[in-house]
Design a protein around this ligand. Structure first.
Ligand code: CDP
Length: 215
């Protein structure tokens, strides 16, 4: 099978940026698995499916009509790459990601991204559940303040003003939910290498991962 580098970690640890940079340096595909949970959340909201409707949510996940095209994401013919970044969508994604039927419905779709020459997969359970045989697994962490600052900057770059305290509170809530859920909790795979990017730029983190891959 094609090689996979998995990058798992908590929210706003810089996984997305770093996964893209590692993939483009190697000429590999990238899987943003969080986007699939966000897309499921958005599709469910648009279809009026409630949080309690497990079958409906799993069906929404299974039948996602999505196309990734460079930076663009199309959901049922609609461009949604900006919409799915909204905090409301992220929060719903985090809630439905705790449901086993939803996670199972997305498994095959995620594994289909594994193609030659290789894949960089970004998420929470890439190294533990989706690609347990990946030859290189990174668990990317950063302290909460560093992550909140990054998230605030991401938002302000998009012209959205956000209060650092609010971001920090939302992030801690999301971290707690992702870590303590009974299904696919956020945890480093036993054979993962943990990198702390609190004091690193995205470039430095990317270089560290490429170095590990070349060893
Ligand atoms: O941007 P952020 O890191 O906060 O989130 P994301 O990676 O876009 O993922 C959104 C939500 O989906 C997360 O809060 C997780 O609860 C969930 N998720 C997951 O459970 N498993 C994955 N492999 C990826 C995301």
């Amino acid at each position: 099978p094609a090689p996979v580098i998995t990058i798992d970690g908590p929210t706003a640890s810089g996984k997305g940026t770093v996964a893209q940079a590692v993939a483009s340096a190697l000429g590999w595909q990238v899987l943003d698995s969080g986007a699939l949970y966000r897309l499921t959340a958005l599709a469910a909201s648009q279809a009026g499916i409630a949080d309690e409707d497990l079958d409906g949510l799993a069906q929404a996940a299974r039948s996602l009509d999505v196309r990734f095209d460079g930076g663009a994401i199309w959901l049922a013919g609609q461009r949604v790459e900006e919409t799915i970044r909204q905090e409301a969508v992220g929060n719903r994604a985090s809630r439905i990601a705790a449901l086993l039927p939803v996670r199972e419905a997305l498994l095959a779709r995620q594994r289909a991204f594994r193609q030659v020459p290789g894949l960089v997969a970004d998420g929470r359970d890439m190294g533990t559940i989706v690609f347990p045989d990946a030859p290189l697994k990174i668990f990317l962490v950063a302290d909460a303040e560093a992550r909140a600052r990054r998230r605030a900057k991401q938002l302000s770059d998009k012209g959205i003003s956000a209060n650092l305290e609010d971001i920090l509170r939302d992030m801690r809530e999301r971290d707690a939910r992702d870590t303590h859920r009974s299904v696919a909790p956020l945890v480093a795979a036993q054979d993962a290498i943990t990198l702390d990017s609190s004091n690193w730029t995205a470039e430095e983190t990317t270089r560290a991962i490429l170095q590990l891959w070349s060893e």
